[in-house]
Design a protein around this ligand. Sequence first.
Ligand SMILES: NC(=O)CC[C@H](N)C(=O)O
Length: 451
Amino acid sequence: MSEITTTVRDLETPVHTVRLESTNHDGSFLGKNLAPKKFTAGAGSGFAMADLLFGLDLGNAPTFGFAFPEWRGHVSDVQFRPDMSTLVQWEPGLQSVIGDYWQADGTPIGTCPRNLARKLVDRLGTRGFTATVAVEIEATLFQESIHEARAKGYRDLTPLGGSAGTAYHLAKSKDWVDYMSAVARRLDEIGIEWEAWSDEDAAGQVELNLVPGDPISVCDNWARARQVMREVAFELGHTVTFMAKPTAGYGQASHVNLSLQRDGVNAFYAPDGPSDTMRHAVGGLLATMRGAASVMLPQITSYRRLVDLSGPPTTVTWGIANKSTAVRAVCGHPAYSRLEYRVPGADANLYLAVAAILAGVIAGLDGEIEPPEPVSDLAWCVPDLERLPDTITKAAAELETDLILREQLGDEFVDYWVGTRRWEWMQFHTAGGDPFAELSEWESARYFEFP
Ligand SMILES: NC(=O)CC[C@H](N)C(=O)O
C-alpha cells in the first residue's frame, strides 16, 4: 500500500485542527478532529476509525448480527485514508479533508459509499467514457433554532419565509433570501462552486444547484454543501432539513443530471434526438430502476414523497423533456444533452445514488439495452405503467434480486444494504409505525437532523 502524504496547507492563519470527513451508508456526514501534528505525522496506513460507523443505525443502535451476516466478522477499526486533493480551509484554523475507508490489510471496503462510487466511475472509464454529474439540493428551512426544533420533536415548526408554498418568489420575505445568500458566500469561501439557488414549491423550501463536475468531486461538494447549510442555519438561529417529505407540502429531491463524454465529446448528443449511447444508458437505468430505488429512496419517509402529480416520478419511465417521468432526456445540444434521474430523494446518499446510476448506465451500454418508447404524456396519469416500489421493504427485495445491480455494485454492498434497510423497517415497525399513515413522530425524530 502506498504511503499517504499528509501536509497541512501553509496558510496565514495557523491551523489548529484537521477534520477527517466522510459519509456513512445512510449519508450522514461524519468527522473526526485531529491536531495538525497528529495529521502530518500521517500514519502511513491511514487513521483508525471505529468500524461501528458502518454498524450504527440512525437511532444510534448497533445493528450487528442482523441480516448482513457479520459483514466483517468482528468489531474493530477501519482505516480512513485522506484524499489530499479535497483538503480545504473550512474556516480560519480548521482544515478539512475527505477520505475513504480501507481494511488494515490495504483493501478498500466495499460498503464505503465513496469507494463504491469510485469503483463505478473507474469501470465506466474502462469503457472509454467519463461522466459529468450535477446535483440539485432541495431542503426545507424553518424559523426555529435547532434547539427549539428538538424541544418540539421537530413538529409543528414555522417555515422560513412564510407559510405559503411558492416558487421563485422573492417577495415573500427576506429571511430565507438572507439565509441562502449566507450559504452561497460560505460556499465561495470554501471553494465549492454553485450555479443557482431559488425558492422551491413547498413552504420554506429552497433549491441549490452546484456546478457540474466529475462524479466524486460533485458528491464531495454535495456532502459539504449540506453541512454548510446546517451550520449557517445554526448560526442564524434557524433549522434546515433534508428529509424527503418533512411537511404535508411538496417533497424534496436530489435529482442527478448526467452526461457521458468520450474523447471530450458529449456522447449523449445527436442532432435529432437521443444518441445510441443515451438510449442504451436509459435502457439500463430503466432495467435497474426498481432495485436502485432502495438506494434512491433509502428511508421509511422517502416513499411519502412519491405522490402522483406532485413533482416526483412514481413510474419506471423516461421521456424527452418530460419532468413527469423518472428519467428526463434533454436532447439536441452538444453541450447540454443529458439525462436527469429524478428518483432520488433529498435523503439519499449521493455517493450511493451515483454508484447505482452508473451501474445502470454501464449495464445499458454493455448490453445495448433498448428502452421502451419514451412517455410523452403526464406519466402520473397514464394507466398501466410499471410503478416504483412504494415501501422500503419492497425496494429492498427488488435490489436483493436484481442481478445487474448485484454484479455492478457487488454482493458485499448489496447484502449489507438490503440488511440495513430491513433493519430500518423493523425499527419502525417495532415502534408501531405504519408507512401509509401520517408522518409519525418516530420518523420526525429519526430523520429530521440525519441524514
Ligand atoms: N424541482 C422539481 O422538479 C420538483 C421536484 C420535487 N421537489 C421532487 O421531490 O422530486
